[in-house]
Ligand binder design. Structure first.
Ligand code: PMP
Length: 408
């Protein structure tokens, strides 16, 4: 019996079958303790955008930790590297002049956005705007706020009581569902609408053509803050641009990011706040009593800086755009297999192989390991593909061939 309690696990099954212990990573590969190599189909949990084993990031973190690991970001405190990173991120922001609020990860970012949306409307003299709207299939992290905003029912099962009041969930793919909710409860009650540009953990569902622009416009017309949850799609995952919001011209009021910000080398998240939302808080005399001990952690900021250097030097935004077509090209044919219901791909360096029988997904993840692939199940029976941007065409071809062989 081990002492480690894994996240999202049936621990009885883990105890019975053993853990899958990965000891090493390099580029698009990981190795288990016995030295068996696997193609990392998921890039960790969608975060290893620059690939595994980058000494340059480790060295940057070590150098920072030996100067000072961290102090604090509260009040007037900051580390030089944290300030530099904020400037660098602001220059990449989909809305020019954005402010950057650092967190320890994506769930923190979602709660930060949820609280800031309500705090903003309070500040604007509209305290009745409290309702936060999420969508079916959505995943917004596991804090109380994100759990309430999400639309994956199993994740909310097994509890009694309301997590966060004043939240509503609508259909994920119809802009008219937002209009209908506005008609039902009134825009004057709604603080913000949260959307992942691509549904991620809910199973990799791409937005219908025009959907994002349409909901964005509805929010604008109704004084509802538009929150883009780009924890997965940010930092190049969307393909060809830093953020999905840039690619689709969404100009989010708030944008949450994490994962690809450091490629997962050190935990860190960042919330991008459009200037008109930040303005009342920068005008003087207004407090926002919110923050995390490790927000803007200097070691994490150093990791992010080194990570962004790699992105720029190796043109990884182009690489992710290339992967967008490669994944589509090599994985679409798998849809013909009788065990596969559909393959979702063609937007961003992500894809999903949707099994016809969702109950097959977990056993199939284990079968894939015997074929040298590490992946995971997302949504209802979808196998997640979200590799590092360093994955090459031969590796994509190899991955698709191994999937096909494993399907039998
Ligand atoms: N939002 C989205 C869209 C995510 O995919 C995730 C994590 N998969 C989160 C928020 C939560 O991030 P974290 O696990 O870093 O708290």
């Amino acid at each position: 019996m081990g002492s480690l309690w894994h996240g999202f696990a049936d621990m009885g099954a883990v105890e019975r079958d053993g853990a899958f212990v990965l000891a090493r990573g390099e580029g698009a590969y990981v190795w288990d303790e016995d030295g068996t190599r696997y193609l990392d189909a998921t890039g960790g949990l969608w975060f290893a955008n620059v690939g595994h084993g980058r000494r340059e990031i480790a060295d940057a973190v070590a150098a920072q930790l030996t100067r000072v690991a961290h102090y604090s970001n509260f009040g007037d405190l900051a580390a030089p590297v944290t300030r530099e990173l904020a400037e660098r991120l602001a220059a990449l922001a989909p809305v020019p002049g954005s402010k950057i609020f650092f967190t320890s990860g994506g769930s923190d970012g979602v709660d930060t956005a949820a609280k800031l949306a309500r705090r903003y409307w309070q500040e604007m003299g509209r305290p009745e705007k409290t309702i936060l709207v999420g969508r079916q299939k959505a995943y917004h992290g596991m804090h109380v706020g994100g759990t309430s905003l999400a639309g994956i029912p199993v994740n909310g099962e097994g509890y009694t009581g309301v997590f966060m009041p004043d939240t509503r969930t609508i259909e994920w793919d119809q802009a008219k569902a937002l209009t209908a909710l506005i008609e039902e409860i009134g825009a004057e009650r709604i603080a913000a609408f949260f959307a992942e540009p691509i549904i991620g953990a809910g199973g990799v569902y791409l937005p219908p053509e025009g959907y994002l622009a349409e909901v964005r416009q509805i929010c604008r017309d109704n004084d509802i803050l538009f929150v883009a949850d780009e924890v997965v799609t940010g930092f190049g995952r969307i393909g060809g641009s830093w953020f999905a919001s840039s690619r689709f011209g969404l100009e989010p009021d708030l944008m949450t990011t994490a994962k690809g910000l450091t490629s997962g080398y050190v935990p860190m998240g960042a919330v991008f706040i459009a200037p008109h939302i930040a303005e009342p808080f920068f005008a003087g005399g207004v407090w926002w009593r919110h923050g995390y001990t490790y927000g803007g952690h200097a070691g994490a900021a150093a990791a992010a800086m080194a990570n962004l250097d790699i992105f720029e030097r190796e043109n990884l935004l182009d690489a992710s755009k290339n992967l967008e077509s490669l994944l589509h090209q090599y994985f679409s044919p798998l849809a013909e297999h009788p065990r596969v219901a559909e393959v979702r791909s063609g937007l961003g360096a992500v894809a999903a192989v949707q099994l016809a029988d969702p109950a097959e997904a977990l056993p199939f993840v284990k079968t894939l390991r015997t074929h040298g692939i590490s992946t995971r199940a997302a949504g209802q029976g979808a196998l997640q593909i979200s590799p590092s941007f360093v994955m090459t065409e031969p590796q994509v071809a190899d991955m698709a061939a191994r999937f096909t062989k494993a399907l039998g």
